[in-house]
Design a protein around this ligand. Structure first.
Ligand SMILES: NC(=O)c1ccc[n+]([C@@H]2O[C@H](COP(=O)([O-])OP(=O)(O)OC[C@H]3O[C@@H](n4cnc5c(N)ncnc54)[C@H](O)[C@@H]3O)[C@@H](O)[C@H]2O)c1
Length: 384
């Protein structure tokens, strides 16, 4: 019997548009799933660019108005891969139209938007998912399994950093990621959101935070044409940077564990160091997205004279997701995290179950982002 096909309408065709398109194209080639993705329509405002993206990425149709995609009765899933200022409007319209809504992070630009989006998907009873893709790296899912099996014992510390340096040059242009009205926040919502998701996924909910947001460069050349690698041309006119360049906070987890979080786009030499270390009573683990096939593990149960961190290649067929790809140690990359996420989301949609992560995770993530912002403004601890 032919498998049921789910028609996707993807809004946005650049960085995440490319990553999501690749995931939709590959998912049924690597995973044996009960249902299939059909790449129905990709949408963007510039017809020349979006038609080229449709041909390059393998979409059947293209559109220039997201409303037409949301209203199209043939579409089952609306994927929101646009900047944050458009997420709430598109996602809420899609939920009202009865579509499954899969959205990039952070789901909204404000806590209120995230709440409205969660309310909309719940009120309309539609499937919802959020693209916190790093959870889906085999090594990160393996870390989760090890923690659940008790290999780390009682967790004492979560130490997460997400460090980049792509705007350290003060002449780097004022792209949308540096404008509050488009992006909501800067480094905070863009990359601290990812370490918050890792923390919640692995160590549970936070109970209070104390944070600090800072902007090093307050004016930059206004951006011209943007590309799909977070770059852009610069004009000779200057404009104001209205978001943070760095975000740091301390946290307590409900479990009693302590957390330290640091995200920056000014960590010169660090290109995409999305990394965490977790220390428990029985052992520790270390993950670094720049070496994403590996998980470092220290066991307190090892004999003292042989103890030390070992490097696990998270590529065994028995490791999460890894068996869908290559023989052991024939490594995978960044794009596979999106394929893994889409595989899980598709199965949950088909089986009528909740996706993980979903808009509840998106909303909980945004509560933390919001609390850290308020903590930075008031120079005080905020209870969640
Ligand atoms: N999960 C991750 O690892 C990850 C990485 C990067 C970005 N993101 C998130 O993905 C989202 C998009 O970021 P990006 O890097 O792809 O940005 P981008 O600038 O590369 O692409 C944005 C796309 O949205 C389109 N767009 C903007 N407004 C639109 C509108 N009104 N109607 C239709 N199309 C519109 C643009 O034309 C472009 O195609 C953001 O929420 C960002 O935080 C997530």
């Amino acid at each position: 019997m032919a498998k049921k096909q789910y028609n996707v309408g993807l809004i946005g065709y650049q960085f995440m548009g490319k990553a999501h398109s690749n995931a939709y194209r590959q998912v049924n080639r690597f995973f044996d799933l009960p249902a299939e993705i059909h790449m129905h329509t990709i949408c963007g405002r510039n017809e020349a660019n979006v038609s080229k993206a449709a041909a390059n990425f393998g979409w059947t149709n293209y559109a220039t108005d997201w409303r037409a995609v949301v209203e199209n009765p043939e579409i089952d899933i609306i994927d929101v891969a646009t900047p944050g200022n458009t997420h709430a409007e598109i996602a809420i319209a899609a939920a009202k139209a009865g579509k499954a809504v899969w959205c990039e992070k952070p789901i909204g630009n404000t806590l209120q938007e995230a709440k409205d989006m969660l309310d909309a998907v719940q009120a309309n009873g539609v499937h919802h998912a959020v693209f916190h893709n790093y959870r889906k790296a085999p090594a990160v899912s393996l870390a989760k399994k090890m923690i659940e099996e008790g290999l780390l014992g009682e967790i004492h510390h979560f130490r997460g950093v997400y460090l980049q340096d792509w705007i350290a040059d003060p002449n780097f242009p004022l792209v949308w990621r540096l404008q509050k009205e488009v992006a909501g926040s800067g480094t905070h919502g863009d990359i601290a959101a990812h370490i918050i998701d890792s923390a919640r996924f692995l160590c549970g909910e936070l109970s209070e935070v104390c944070g600090l947001l800072h902007t090093f460069v307050k004016q930059r050349p206004i951006a011209g044409e943007i590309d799909d690698k977070m770059g852009a041309t610069a004009s000779d006119k200057m404009g104001d940077v209205t978001v943070d360049d760095a975000s740091m906070f301390l946290a307590r987890f409900k479990s009693g564990a302590l957390g330290v979080f640091e995200a920056s786009r000014f960590a010169v030499g660090r290109k995409n160091k999305n990394s965490f270390e977790i220390n428990g009573s029985r052992g520790s683990i270390v993950y670094n997205q720049e070496r994403m096939n590996e998980l470092e593990y220290y066991s307190n149960d090892d004999p003292k004279d042989l103890s030390g961190f070992r490097v696990i290649q998270a590529t065994e067929a028995s490791h999460p997701y890894a068996g869908n790809y290559w023989p052991v140690a024939h490594i995978i990359g960044y794009e596979h995290t999106f394929i893994n996420l889409v595989a899980d989301a598709l199965v949950s949609l088909h089986e009528g179950k909740a996706a993980s992560p979903n808009f509840v995770d998106g909303y909980e993530n945004q509560r933390i982002l919001d609390a850290v912002e308020r903590s930075s403004e008031t120079r005080s601890w905020i209870r969640l």
